[in-house]
Design a binder for this molecule. Structure first.
Ligand code: LLP
Length: 463
C-alpha cells in the first residue's frame, strides 16, 4: 500500500484551544520502555523490532492484526516474581490473563504454579504437562464435572467460593477416596479500584464468602467438619489493575485476623494465605507500577507484623499475578486502513482489528498507548482515536492518543501492553477471525495460538 502522506488531520494545537488535551510529553518516535516489552527497540531504519525481528517482517509472515509476545520478557517476569517472593512463598500465574500450552510450559520451566478458573483452562494446563499439584482451581460456579475432573487429576488446591461448593467438593472428594486440599475465598470488605481503594461495609458481589457478618467463620466451621476436605488456608483477591498497596495491606490484616479467630475457636493454625492477584501495569506513560520485590516486601512485612501481634506462626503466602506477568510482554500490531480527519475534533484512524481483539477499552474505558512502528516520522503530532472495523461506534481501541500527522493507510501501528485480557477476551463479533499469538525470542518467531480461519467459523456453524 502507498505510504504517501495523508492530508493532515486536525493538529493537537486546534484541540488544545478547547483545553481538553495537552501536547504529547515526549517525541513520538521514542518508545517509552515502561509500556513496551523489554526487547522492543527501533532499528536503524526506525522500524520497531522485538526479539530482534522487525515488525515489517512479522507483519509479512504472520499478517495483521496479531499479538506478538516477547518470550524472554515473559520468562524474566516469571523469575522476578518467584525470586521476589522466595522459597517460602508460592506464585500462581493467573491463566485467565492469557493461557496457551506454550505459556504453560514456560511457567513450568520457570518454576511457577498456575491458577485456572474453568475446565478449559484446566485441560490446557494438564495437556501441556503442568503437574496437577501445582494448579489451583478458582471460580464462583465450578460445575460438578469440572470439580470431578480436578479431583481426579489430583489438583493442588480448590478455592471454595460458596457454601454449596464446600459440600459439593467434600462429596466428590469422598467419593474418590481423597481429602482434597482447599482454601476458602473470603471477601474482606475492601473494594479496590485503579489508583485507589474503598473500604466497604458490605460485600455486594458474586465472589467469595463475606468476613464481616461471620459467614467466613461459618464456612470454616463447615469445611473443618467434613472428611473430604483438607482446609489449608484462606484466600482473598481484592480487584485488578491496582497500584496502591494499602488495599492489599487491609486485606492481609483481615485475613490474618480470621486465622487468629480460627486458631482461638478450633485450635488449628491454617498454614497458608493467598492474597490473590490484581497488581497494576503501565498501559500509558502516566502509570507507575510497583516492582515485584516491592510488592513482596510490603505483603510479607504486613503478614509477619500481624502474625506477631496475634501470636500466630507466619503462614506461607501465595499470590496470583496474571496481568503483571503477561500484560507488558505483548503488543498488538495493526495495519492502518482508513483515516478520517474531523476538523477541530480529532482524527479517526481505523485499523484491521478492534473490539474483537481488545474489548477492554469499550468494556472498562481502559487507556492504551499507540505508536507508529513501521517507520519514524518528523511530522507534527495529531490527536487520534484508534478505532476498529466493527459495526459499532464504541469499537475503540485507543481513545485519545497522538500519532504523526503524516500517518497513511498501510502504516503499521502497535498498541503495547496487550498481553493480558485481550486474546483471552477476544470474540468473533461480526464473524471476525481472532488473531494469532506469535512468540518472539532471540531472532525467532513462532505461532503459539494460530489465527482463526473462515473454515473455523463454518465448522462451528453446523447448519
Ligand atoms: N486471582 C483471582 C482470584 C482473580 O479473580 C484474578 C482476576 C486474578 C488472580 C488475576 O488478576 P490480575 O493480576 O491479572 O489482575 N478482564 C479484566 C480483569 C479481570 C480479572 C479477573 N480476576 C481486565 O481486563 O482488566
Amino acid at each position: 500500500m502507498s505510504r504517501s502522506a495523508h492530508p493532515a488531520g486536525p493538529r493537537h494545537a486546534d484541540v488544545l484551544t478547547e483545553g481538553h488535551y495537552s501536547a504529547p510529553a515526549a517525541d513520538l518516535n521514542v518508545l517509552d520502555e515502561k509500556v513496551w516489552s523489554r526487547t522492543v527497540t527501533r532499528d536503524t531504519d526506525g522500524a520497531l523490532t522485538v526479539g530482534g525481528i522487525t515488525v515489517a517482517r512479522l507483519a509479512e509472515e504472520f499478517g495483521t492484526p496479531a499479538y506478538f509476545l516477547d518470550e524472554s520478557d515473559f520468562r524474566a517476569r516469571c523469575r522476578a516474581w518467584s525470586d521476589a517472593f522466595g522459597p517460602d512463598a508460592d506464585v500462581f500465574y493467573a491463566g485467565k490473563a492469557f493461557l496457551s500450552r506454550a505459556v504453560v510450559r514456560w511457567l513450568k520451566e520457570e518454576g511457577l504454579n498456575l491458577d485456572v478458573c474453568s475446565g478449559g483452562e484446566l485441560t490446557t494446563a494438564l495437556d501441556a504437562g503442568m503437574p496437577a499439584e501445582r494448579i489451583a482451581f478458582h471460580g464462583n460456579n465450578k460445575t460438578v464435572a469440572e470439580i470431578e475432573r480436578a479431583v481426579e487429576a489430583g489438583i493442588g488446591r480448590i478455592v471454595l467460593d460458596s457454601f454449596q461448593e464446600i459440600v459439593r467438593v467434600a462429596h466428590i472428594a469422598q467419593r474418590h477416596g481423597v481429602r482434597q486440599r482447599v482454601q476458602i475465598r473470603v471477601t474482606v470488605g475492601v473494594e479496590a479500584h485503579t489508583h485507589e481503594f474503598i473500604a466497604t461495609a458490605h460485600e455486594d458481589q458474586k465472589f467469595g464468602i463475606a468476613l464481616a457478618d461471620g459467614q467466613a467463620a461459618e464456612a470454616v466451621r463447615r469445611a473443618l467438619s467434613l472428611d473430604g476436605l483438607d482446609l489449608i488456608g484462606v484466600h482473598s483477591h481484592i480487584g485488578s489493575q491496582i497500584f496502591d498497596m494499602a488495599g492489599f495491606e487491609v486485606s492481609a490484616r483481615r485475613v490474618v485476623q480470621l486465622l487468629a479467630e480460627i486458631r482461638d475457636e478450633h485450635g488449628v493454625e491454617l498454614p497458608e494465605i493467598d492474597l490473590g492477584g490484581g497488581l497494576g501495569i503501565a498501559y500509558t506513560s502516566e502509570d507507575d507500577p510497583r516492582e515485584p520485590h516491592e510488592i513482596a516486601k510490603a505483603l510479607s512485612d504486613i503478614v509477619t507484623r500481624e502474625c506477631e501481634s496475634a501470636k500466630l506462626r507466619t503462614p506461607r503466602i501465595s499470590v496470583e499475578p496474571g496481568r503483571a506477568i503477561v500484560g507488558p510482554t505483548a503488543f498488538t500490531l495493526y495495519e492502518v486502513g482508513t483515516i478520517k480527519p474531523l476538523e477541530g475534533l480529532r482524527t479517526y484512524v481505523s485499523v484491521d482489528g478492534g473490539m474483537s481483539d481488545n474489548i477492554r477499552t469499550a468494556l472498562y474505558d481502559a487507556e492504551y498507548s499507540v505508536a507508529l512502528v513501521s517507520r519514524t516520522s518528523d511530522a507534527e503530532p495529531m490527536l487520534v482515536r484508534v478505532v476498529g472495523k466493527h459495526c459499532e461506534s464504541g469499537d475503540i481501541v485507543v481513545k485519545d492518543a497522538f500519532l504523526p500527522a503524516d500517518l497513511a493507510p498501510g502504516d503499521l501501528i502497535a498498541v503495547p501492553a496487550t498481553g493480558a485480557y485481550c486474546r483471552s477476551m477476544a470474540s468473533n463479533y461480526n464473524h471476525a477471525l481472532r488473531p494469532p499469538v506469535v512468540a518472539v525470542r532471540d531472532g525467532e518467531a513462532r505461532v503459539i495460538v494460530r489465527r482463526e480461519t473462515e473454515e473455523d467459523l463454518l465448522r462451528l456453524d453446523v447448519g
